[in-house]
Design a protein around this ligand. Structure first.
Ligand code: ADE
Length: 248
């Protein structure tokens, strides 16, 4: 999968992209990430990328010309792929959205800075807008990295284990249950005996129940949307779950 990132802060991307799993994903050709400095598409002596807002008021606004020129130069006209603006006004980023976006072989990510950007970028250049949560950051760089990270780990082979991302929290519609590693006892806290029993059937059932329990405790609304077996429902009812009656 190919990412083109358009930003005024190109240097912030490399340290994260060049570490650990994302580094390996690039070395193995699973992803490649091209970071473009929007400032390179300015034509004035001072490489100005922002200006005062029409109508007055505080804050600076990102100018449209360098953003349009950068994206059109790299992605082409008409655009060769979705052009996603990272903005707190976008549609919420969830695992479902990650799965949807991961179907594209190429994505362009535009990172806003300053107080805002010229509305014409939104209306005439970008094709999608994504928010990583209901809070406001100083720019779209961290959201873009989050998006690249979440999509990269969905590509088969990137995580390097056979199950890949299938068991992740959210991937199955449930939160994941607890994990343990050695030592079997740490400061008096023991690893559950079932995990050390070697009985794969029992371990599988325990993990399923722990995932159901954790989801019930922390995110009960997720249980209404996920596929549950009869056994799952019976277990949840014993834990005090009362399924909401969905009226259509
Ligand atoms: N830019 C600033 N805040 C953001 C957010 N919450 N999501 C995406 N882009 C942003």
């Amino acid at each position: 999968m190919h990412f083109d990132i358009f930003t005024l802060l190109p240097d912030v991307f490399r340290p994260y992209l060049n570490s650990s799993i994302l580094k390996r994903a690039q070395e193995n050709g699973h992803i490649d990430v091209n970071v473009h400095n929007i400032r390179d598409w300015t034509h004035d002596k001072h490489h100005v990328t922002d200006d005062n807002p029409y109508g007055g008021g505080g804050g600076m606004v990102m100018k449209p010309e360098p953003v349009f020129e950068a994206v059109e130069d790299v992605i082409g006209i008409p655009p060769a792929c979705p052009i996603i603006l990272m903005t707190p006004q976008g549609r919420p980023f969830t695992q479902d959205v990650a799965n949807e976006l991961a179907q594209h072989p190429r994505l362009a990510l535009v990172c806003g800075r300053y107080e805002g950007l010229d509305e014409r970028i939104r209306t005439h250049l970008v094709t999608d807008e994504i928010s990583i949560g209901d809070y406001v950051l100083t720019g779209g760089e961290l959201p873009a990295l989050i998006l690249v990270d979440a999509l990269a780990r969905l590509i088969p082979g990137v995580l390097g284990d056979e199950n890949g991302a299938a068991n992740d929290s959210h991937a199955s519609g449930l939160l994941e249950g607890p994990h343990y590693t050695r030592p079997p006892e740490f400061r008096g806290w023991e690893v559950p005996a079932v995990l050390r029993s070697g009985d794969h059937g029992k371990v599988g059932q325990w993990r399923r129940e722990q995932a159901l329990l954790r989801t019930l405790e922390r995110r009960p609304e997720m249980l209404e949307k996920t596929e549950l077996s009869k056994k799952d429902r019976e277990f949840l009812k014993k834990q005090g779950w009362q399924q909401k009656v969905v009226s259509e």
